[in-house]
Design a protein around this ligand. Sequence first.
Ligand code: GDP
Length: 358
Amino acid sequence: SLTLGIVGLPNVGKSTLFNALTRNDVLAANYPFATIEPNVGVVPLPDERLAKLAEIFGSEKLVPAVVSFVDIAGIVKGASEGEGLGNKFLANIREANAICQVVRVFDDPDVVHVDGRIDASSDMETINTELILADLQTLEKAIPRLEKEARTQKDRRPALEAAQKAKAILDSGRTMFSAQSEVDNDLLRELSLLTTKPFLYVFNADEGILTDDAKMKELRELVAPADAVFLDAKVESELLELDEESARELLESIGQHEPGLYSLARAGFHTLGLQTYLTAGPKEARAWTIPQGATAPQAAGVIHTDFERGFIKAEVVSYDDLVESGSKSAAKAAGKVRMEGKDYVMVDGDVVEFRFNV
Ligand code: GDP
């Protein structure tokens, strides 16, 4: 499954956040046979639609989609030069599908900052610089090879041009993700550049920031097109110790209406380019994870590979139509249930039943 790699400078709250991410029993409850790796935190994607579906179909169990975060050892300046944990760090990032950067914006004199002061944009620049330098090293090796290839193979020219453009962007201090509109990242895929991966920023904040809309807007704009999530990692870990009522009071006291882990799960899911479709029956109401743009047979394949191979049709009703009708049979009677074939592109919130040959 796709993962987000958590990175950040030392002492920004990565471990605190990661502990909160791992201390929920979604895996134990729904995937009893899954191996849980110590450096992977799996969080449920909050989905209010499941409870509603369970009501309509009398489902016994709710099974949400999940988002996986991998804890990657702390970055240090000089990672791109292979200093200390540098090489391992870069290798771990290469394996992740997206980069989740934790940035400290909380103010606490008891927690030492590596550079002696709190400056979000300078921290982000430190991390991005290491990733950019690693990509420039990759390009320095790749460009001469691509030049050679392009001399004899005309069809290699676009790859060379993309690599040269990428070098110029990285030289100007920007990540390829932030410049995604300027180069066709597909042409760069063969180079596995780190900064083409989608970025997500988690601002580890305190109440002062969480209630300051203007400040949050400023940070959001600073990291766009990446998603930004604001939470208080310390509060998130405390929430898990509390009953529902006390948890709500604690959240309200810092101006929040839901746990920050919820918005983190949603943003992570979005950053990975994923969406869900739904199935429901007496046994369970369940959200299944598919890439945006997946076709009906590909969606069926997530349940079982045989479903993809033997795919015949998908019986689809949108969640909204289903809820409005009140039941599947009422939705059918209202003409809201469609039969879709193998070219159908799934839409988030489709409630589906597959027909297939085995
Ligand atoms: P890491 O080095 O990035 O993994 O950082 P840690 O999670 O170990 O956190 C470093 C220190 O900052 C610890 O003493 C945490 O208790 C503290 N800390 C983490 N998050 C917060 C926060 O949101 N607010 C405050 N005040 N302290 C925090």
